[in-house]
Ligand binder design. Sequence first.
Ligand SMILES: C[S@@+](CC[C@H](N)C(=O)[O-])C[C@H]1O[C@@H](n2cnc3c(N)ncnc32)[C@H](O)[C@@H]1O
Length: 256
Amino acid sequence: MKNVPKRQPELADPILDAIYRDAALSLAKDIDIFYQDRAEEIKMLSSHGNISKLVEVGCGDGGLAYHVARRLDKTEVIAEDVDPIAISEAKKRFSAPNLTYQVGSVYSLSKRHKDLDRVVVKDSFHHFDDLRSALKQINSSLKHEGGLIGWDLGRDRFYNELCIKNPDFEKLATEIQEKRRKSREKAIEFLESLGPKGNAIMSYQAAYTYKEMKRTLTNTGFDVLMIGPDEKRGYGLFAVKVKPGTKSDILLMPCL
Ligand SMILES: C[S@@+](CC[C@H](N)C(=O)[O-])C[C@H]1O[C@@H](n2cnc3c(N)ncnc32)[C@H](O)[C@@H]1O
């Protein structure tokens, strides 16, 4: 991949992890409506056939998993995140009879699950350093003709749009990278001084492009059935695990 920036470093660093998590958890109240929209899309993409088990990977505060569990009340919904503090916060915030939480990394997903009907990943791809391994794990955890439903920021947007609107973004992004390379303490101090803007810059910088995403999905055995209409703005996608030469009969619905 050309010009791939570093992914989010926070999980390797407890202080950066905490800065990022606090920002994400405090934002969560304001984005409930987005969770609800996404949950409706998941419901539409699950209206065909019997969806008995769904896992959300990288569930953060649990808001999306909760709205999904309420809409698909016959489905076992398991919300996972690699960060134990995020999981304990999620348990405090959202509960439903068919929703359980568990600490776990995408890189070991197929050790825990083999028979999933749906895997959901919202805004977590840009945290995965090894996208190919993550997608392979997701593929192995899905049933034949199970589906991955995902959304994320598009790196194309960072370069093409955000930098135009905010001329200082590109400069700050370079500064963050340099500070990270030289000194962890300086990087932390600098990110703290930037507040939410720093998180936005880091996230867009770490995101994959539409092309990278689509190619890696194809190379890991997925059939990309649908992708958001505007690849420059980030994307929604629905990909299905199919054996080569098999035709999927999954009903398609718009997911962005
Ligand atoms: C930007 S947050 C998104 C949270 C939530 N899905 C949302 O939309 O608000 C990314 C999440 O991915 C989680 N994450 C990062 N690496 C992971 C991994 N290897 N396996 C599982 N979750 C991971 C982080 O802990 C974090 O909660």
